[in-house]
Design a protein. Sequence first.
Length: 503
Amino acid sequence: MEILGHLSEGMWLSLQPLNLLLILIGVTLGLFIGAMPGLGSVNGVAILLPVTFLVPPGSAIIFLAAIYYGAMYGGAISSITLGIPGASTAVATTFDGRPLALKGRASLALVTAAIASFIGGSVANVLFTLFAPLLASVALSFGPPEIFALMLLAFATFVGLGGDDIPKTVFSICIGLVFAAVGFDEISGAPRLVFFEISGFLHGINFLVLAIGVYGIGEMLWTLDSTRGDVTSSEAKMTVKGIISDSKEGMRRGWKGTAIGSFLGFFVGILPAAGATPGSLMSYGVAKMFAKNPKEFGQGHPGGVAAPEAANNSASTGAMLPMLTLGIPGSPTTAILLGGMVIWGLTPGPRLFVDQSEFVWGLIGSFYVSNFFALIINLAFIPLFIWMLRMPFTILAPLIFVLSVVGGYAATNDMHDVWLMLAFGIGAFFLRKFDYPLAPAVLAIVLGPIAEPTLRQSLLLSSGDPSIFFNRPIAGPITVIAIILILLPLFKFILDKTRNASA
């Protein structure tokens, strides 16, 4: 009951006129920041951080958290309507959101994304409120072996993402891992895979640059090639009755993905340095594994939109937990928020809940309020997003190209990455022509920079003994499950051969 009392006080504080105004402005700004390729929540919060010095610290972090929430919702907009991920957290939404839009079901994809985001955020808020200290201690118990085991489990879901063609899936994973290794070695500091000694490769390959190239430029080239120049715009209609109908269909077909994304996303979000991007991609893979018809994923299935959208909103709240309770940022955006708290004279950590109770519970209360208003504002703007799809493709194609180039440059402010993005777009187009799955490569380049250092740190801790992944109480079961999932296609192949031989 004490928690409910604190929460009610926090929500009342967040509903004060100044805080409520900042929530509405923050959510709306975040929605459009998240929808703009190359920006995302990290850049949005960083750009608007100086504005917060005009208001009290409690109101300042409520404003920045509202931007964070809005950006998580907004990332799906350009992923669905244009096929360009607004942010790295929305890459997995492109897998099924864009095919739905091309079938004239953009309203279904957008409504499903909004509702799944709301449910994911709501589940995360409840878990945050009830179990903050306990979950913080669980997150702290995750060392390098546990994090690597979790990454291995994520790699095990790649098999499901590649369909039945396992060799092509493995090839796609290897391509992604190679790109993830480009740049300076995190442990030794030595440069690796600097192709043709071009200095631009020294800072590595930015994931957002690859994502925009693959799903922006690549998607545009694929559409132009598959239609042979006779491109018509997607039919898209929007009515209140349609929103209600789409809501029912989206939840009926996407409830399983929403549930998986809500819980898995929050759990991955609380892990230090993980964040919403791995959470959304892993949730998509797990949702596909547990789907009744997994082959529908990638063709335009609402569950493929619901899982990553529920996950990235849930993970964004989860990432706040280690920041507030331990002083450890759970994502790049919360690292900026952490810096803001220090500037405002607040010290994150276990004492924050005692010494700055009003501040903490005001922030937690704002999570609920921001989540609600983000849903309302997102649904209100859906007709505008639908209108974009009514434009002829002769206008949309140059718009996609310009947004992709601007987004690629905005990510790093380096022309090298713009050329790299164009190369990735052309490469993705040819991979699709030869039926190679793109999703495993994208997942590999996200998880590779997390998996490699944790693998090496784990082996350093055990003096090279791999049993460290099996004899620890958390890492052991996760590793065993991952290995079983990886070997599952082999077991299926042997079983099918045996049945055919006996027949």
